[in-house]
Design a binder for this molecule. Structure first.
Ligand SMILES: Nc1nc2c(ncn2[C@@H]2O[C@H](COP(=O)(O)OP(=O)(O)OP(=O)(O)O)[C@@H](O)[C@H]2O)c(=O)[nH]1
Length: 485
């Protein structure tokens, strides 16, 4: 199948986004907000610096609480940005080039909006929604919607505030800094507004706009006209939200595809080894107190001969059909994965040894009875050998207890008296989250099932051998996963 470069690029970007940790995505969103907030902060600095010149037009007392608020917001989001450049193991930079490019482009856009067009709540509002949503997109879509509704509510409150006698600082008013010039140059939005306000000022006493006359103007204005602010901004905001929504849907599909490829075995469509092990770890961590867990490793017999006699394609077909037999014979609770070439791993949570033996025996029969019908070849059957091990809850408790004691001793020995309590706490909570089991337990379980599988091959193939029974025979019933055998 031909794959275009743009398709590859698109897959790569979406894969990168979803491999990102939530903390990094939050930090990126915070960085966008910091960029915007710092521009507002510098705008306040400029007004404060020019306060003598702006005194006639600007109620400077409103500037200080606004400036303070902006500073707090900026500092708050700056703290959130901290996680952006370092991953949990400290020195690795987690921002990739495309993310840096995204941040720079957004900065350039916001700078242009503020410097060229002047501060307008409409532009700033839309840019804020855009910037924050860009960050939100990288976290969760429901936040994008919440953010959108919050923005509308805030705008409504701002529109209605004068009717309740509330005066809010008006940043746009701060842009009125020059009287009209006799200039034929291109005028920016900011300059036009300045000119309009200067003209409007003629209508007021002493040719000066003051806050009382502004408040009077606000109260006398019809609610309908005041709310143009909202309904002019709304279509833009909805457009942005829908654009992001469409993007999210595309990314969701892409994420699903990426995860499918990452977890699935191409040939058999079973889960692959990596995912099988991950699910096994999860099953071990979530198994209940009185539940046993059984692990089964099965390997097709004389598979090399099938390849040699009939060809690799027939070998592949056999693997596909046996995988289907596995999926059909086992319940949904079983975790089935292709462990290696013709080897499969089955983990059965909450399954006692006797039940696991019955299941394995039935599976062996199903495989042996399955007739391979390949065009141009005589029908044939394939058999498989099984190694099985059941980790009983009693043994699991013993391992957990022993492991806990060893870990506590190590932690106490390694740490100084000052940091001992914290280190011990951390170690304990980590152990608790793993159900107090050592991290190599999965490999040990598989390796024991593998020994039983080896024994099954040795005994003549096409049979199930239980590691529990094997060691019970050898050691008179005494057995432990962490004891040298
Ligand atoms: N067709 C095909 N063959 C594979 C695949 N993966 C591994 N194999 C082959 O599987 C064969 C495994 O051979 P062996 O390990 O000798 O095992 P065996 O012939 O089944 O013998 P026993 O396990 O002792 O019964 C090798 O020839 C591999 O090339 C695959 O995806 N497709």
């Amino acid at each position: 199948m031909a794959v275009s470069i743009s398709h590859l690029g698109y897959n790569k970007i979406s894969q990168m986004i979803f491999e990102w940790q939530a903390a990094d995505r939050t930090s990126l969103m915070a960085l966008f907000i910091v960029l915007e907030v710092s521009l507002h902060w510098f705008w306040c600095l400029y007004v404060w610096w020019q306060q003598d010149a702006l005194n006639t037009y600007v109620n400077i007392h409103y500037l200080y609480p606004l400036w303070l608020g902006i500073s707090f917001v900026g500092l708050f989001f700056l703290c959130m940005v901290k996680g952006l450049f370092h991953s949990s193991n400290d020195n690795d930079i987690v921002l990739s080039r495309w993310q840096i490019a995204l941040v720079l482009v957004y900065t350039a856009y916001i700078s242009t909006v503020i410097v060229m067009i002047g501060y307008s709540s409409l532009f700033a509002g839309v840019s804020l929604v855009g910037g924050a949503m860009l960050g939100m997109m990288l976290i969760k879509r429901r936040y994008a919607w919440r953010m959108f509704w919050l923005h509308i509510i805030l705008m409504l409150l701002a529109i209605m505030s004068p009717y309740f006698g509330i005066s809010l600082p008006n940043l746009r008013q701060l842009t009125v800094i020059h009287p009209m010039l006799e200039s034929h140059n291109y005028l920016t939005y900011n300059e036009i507004m300045a000119a309009e306000n200067a003209v409007a000022a003629l209508a007021f006493e002493n040719n000066v706009l003051n806050w009382d006359s502004i408040s009077e103007l606000q109260r006398s204005s019809a609610f309908f006209w005041r709310s143009t602010h909202l309904y002019l901004a709304l279509p833009k905001a909805i457009f942005i939200v829908y654009m992001f929504r469409a993007l999210l849907l595309v990314l969701d599909d892409s994420r699903f595809e990426t995860l499918r490829h990452a977890n699935q075995d191409e040939l058999t469509q079973l889960k692959n080894r990596r995912y099988g092990l991950k699910k096994m770890k999860y099953a071990l961590a979530t198994v209940r107190e009185y539940q046993d867990l059984s692990v089964m490793l099965l390997d097709l017999d004389w598979f090399k001969q099938i390849n040699d006699n009939y060809g690799h394609d027939v070998g592949d077909q056999v693997l596909i059909e046996i995988s289907q037999t596995l999926s059909q014979s086992l319940t949904d609770e079983s975790i089935i994965s292709r462990y290696g070439g013709e080897e499969f791993l089955v983990v059965m949570p909450d399954t006692k040894h006797d039940s696991a033996m019955v299941i394995a025996e039935q599976l062996r029969l199903n495989i042996a009875e399955h007739v391979m019908k390949i065009e141009g070849l005589a029908d044939f059957n394939v058999t498989a050998s099984f190694g099985l091990y059941t980790l009983t809850h009693e043994e699991r408790d013993c391992i957990a207890q022993g492991y806990k004691t060893i870990t506590q001793q190590k932690t106490v020995a390694r740490t100084s008296p000052l940091i001992k309590p914290i280190a011990t706490q951390r170690a304990e909570s980590k152990i608790a989250s793993m159900q107090k089991l050592p991290s190599d337990i999965c490999q040990r379980l598989i390796s024991i099932a593998d020994k039983a599988l080896y024994e099954a091959k040795h005994r003549g193939r096409n049979q199930v051998v239980s590691a529990n029974e094997m060691w019970a025979e050898k050691e008179g019933g005494k057995q432990s996963l962490y004891k040298s055998r």
